[in-house]
Design a protein around this ligand. Structure first.
Ligand SMILES: Nc1nc2c(c(=O)[nH]1)N[C@H]1C(S)=C(S)[C@@H](COP(=O)(O)O)O[C@H]1N2
Ligand SMILES: [Mo]
Length: 435
């Protein structure tokens, strides 16, 4: 932990290009055992490329020793260039320069798991149950039925972990030390949750909607639930709250919830239940694992860094705050003083939209407005770009700061410290060497 603090993310990004090497960062800051994930014996065999006499004895998920001991970046099938934060359970984030696509491809979407994803998923027999004390009628749907009975829609919705940016908090807080890359904005393919709720009905006392997924608790105990969170009923019936089976026109990646998940745009990723098996409509605020304080809660009023906060003084996080990323160029870029630097990225603001994106090359002394496009749909991230001509040679930083339509701006420094390290929306910056 201390090591990580000494090499805070801003130091890492802003100083020498060497230190901005993401793979090296993944290795140094997060020594891992590389036991990790490969899905099943077939994948194991493919990696080995030879007959395995004791194939029956290969433990689930074992990574073959040659790969495990190789001094190369950790690889996750179907993911490319992600940085591993934890391998049991699997947690991996995406370096900002690999989030440059307008629509995040599946291989660049972060992974945040609490438990072990289900294996041998059978799309044809997978069912989704609707139940709970405030449900109108108990119903079970197959994925085929969901696809056929309800209007199919596609929406670009930002998915960001509530703990994205946690690594920067001081004093440090425990949990995955996400830096910048626990965020993405794919196009999700599915149906409106609202349409299914209209079909099953819910009572007038309905307050909350909760999910249960098909992942297994790390303890291996099949009765134990890893995470069961939810949203107020008002958010559940938002037009952009979805049950999805696809991402960018393809099946969901196994680590991102295949074959079915929820997506609630603009809210912390933890409400977007993966491997969705069951939805319950509650007559009370849901009380499943990871709903209780301090999980996904922040102090009601600001506290001094490092303070202990009583449970009753915490509130559940709803929409995420305004934020942005510089996705091109990669930090540490070297250019000539005669060149114009094209800078671009994305900005998003929970359930609001982003009004402006400001860029500074003088450590925040002056700012100029970048060009920012409107969102393609509600809760999608917006793309911005800007051209910069540097006045002299030397070391510069490009800082980006988004302002939402309510006038909320990203802070330049770390925002309100909180016990679990949520909602860090401080400005992103990159290093530029002009010669
Ligand atoms: N069933 C289940 N759903 C889950 C989780 C999980 O561990 N199990 N993690 C949550 C958290 S904390 C986040 S940030 C998002 C991450 O989604 P992703 O892994 O597809 O990026 O999924 C959420 N849904
Ligand atoms: Mo999360």
């Amino acid at each position: 932990m201390m090591k990580q603090r000494e090499r805070g993310i801003h130091d890492l990004f802003a100083q020498d290009p060497e230190k901005a090497d993401w793979e090296a960062f993944g290795r140094r800051a997060n020594p891992i055992t590389r036991r990790g994930f490969v899905s099943g014996l077939a994948a194991f065999s493919a990696l080995v490329g030879a007959n395995i006499p004791f194939a029956n004895a290969v433990p689930q998920g074992l990574i073959p020793a040659p790969q495990a001991n190789a001094d190369s970046a950790f690889r996750i099938e179907g993911k490319d260039g992600l940085i591993l934060l934890n391998d049991r359970p699997l947690n991996a984030e995406t370096p900002p320069h690999l989030l440059n696509d307008d629509v995040t491809p599946a291989n660049r979407l972060f992974i945040r798991n609490y438990g072990l994803p289900p294996r041998d998923v059978d799309v044809d027999t997978w069912t989704l149950i609707f139940e709970g004390e405030s449900i109108g009628s108990y119903k079970v749907f197959t994925i085929k039925q969901l696809k056929e009975r309800f209007e199919n829609i596609s929406r670009q919705l930002v998915l960001e972990c509530g703990g994205n940016g946690r690594a920067e908090f001081d004093p440090p807080v425990s949990g995955n030390q996400w830096t910048l890359g626990a965020v993405g904005c794919p196009e999700w393919n599915g149906i409106r949750l609202k349409d299914v709720l209209d079909d099953v009905g819910y009572k007038s006392d309905a307050v909350y909607l909760a999910f249960y997924g098909g992942d297994l608790h790390m303890s291996g105990d099949k009765e134990r639930v890893t995470i069961s969170r939810g949203v107020p009923i008002e958010k559940a019936i938002d037009d952009e709250s979805m049950i999805v089976w696809g991402m960018n026109g393809e099946d969901l990646h196994p680590m991102n919830g295949h074959p079915l998940r929820l997506v609630f745009g603009g809210w912390p990723g933890s409400v977007s239940g993966k491997w969705l098996k069951r939805i319950t409509v509650r007559n009370t605020v849901h009380d499943g694992p990871k709903m209780e304080s301090p999980s996904y809660r922040v102090p009601r009023t600001p506290v001094a860094p490092g303070s202990a906060v009583a449970d009753e003084d915490m509130r559940i996080i709803h929409a995420m705050p305004v934020k942005s990323l510089i996705t091109s160029p990669k930090t540490g870029v070297q250019i000539s003083v005669d060149d114009t630097l094209k800078v671009r990225g994305h900005a998003w603001a929970g359930e609001f939209s982003v009004d402006s994106l400001k860029v500074s090359i003088d450590f925040g002394k002056t700012w100029s407005d970048a060009t920012i496009k409107p969102a393609v749909n509600r809760y999608a991230w917006q793309h911005w770009d800007h051209s910069i001509k540097f006045p002299t040679t030397g070391y510069y930083e490009v800082w980006a700061r988004a302002v939402d339509d309510q006038g909320n701006s990203q802070p330049m420094v770390l925002p309100s410290w909180n016990p679990k390290g949520y909602l860090n929306n401080a400005c992103h910056r990159i290093a530029v060497y002009v010669s």
